[in-house]
Write a protein that binds this ligand. Sequence first.
Ligand code: ADP
Length: 191
Amino acid sequence: MRLVLLGPPGAGKGTQAERLAEDLGVPHISTGDLFRAHVEAGSELGREAQQFMDQGQLVPDRVVNRMVAERLGAQDTAPGFLLDGYPRTLAQGEVLEAELAGRGAPLQAVLRLVVPEEELVRRILARAEQEGRADDTEDVLRKRLAVYHEETEPLEAFYRQRGLLLDVDGIGSVDEITARARERLREVAEA
Ligand code: ADP
């Protein structure tokens, strides 16, 4: 199964992606996690990405696209993958589409986690207290939400046009949301 998980910061993508990927037996590929690993390792790519991440801005497309294309080339993606945090711009969506078409293995579904904005803010500020992530401050969060509306939301129409977009209500317990997502995926598998 080749999937994308779409949703604003704080929607719970990381948590759900991990569970669903495990269910499906595919790797969970999170660009945020990949960047954070590079930052921690002090790599060149990490240094380049960090300045953008710390300000709530997107890392430039050419950097992200190259990193993802490389990751998708690994052996473990043979049964599929679950992308979390990518694509995040229309340009990235187009690059991904071309990349997968070249492999003869297009996306099968895009799950969108739907959560109202005030709930996103509440969740991220709570996470800031627990985890202390560098980009979880109120200013940076507002910036990330604005960037989501501007850059990432257009992907919803892009995927809706392709008949790939599936909405999942992202309000409720973690288990309830996972159950809803599984149900949507069952519909895809049976279609
Ligand atoms: P969140 O979903 O909470 O915003 P992520 O962990 O997905 O957090 O991403 C953290 C940061 O990493 C983003 O704000 C951005 O700077 C960078 N990033 C992650 N994925 C991408 C991407 N596909 N394109 C550009 N930048 C990205």
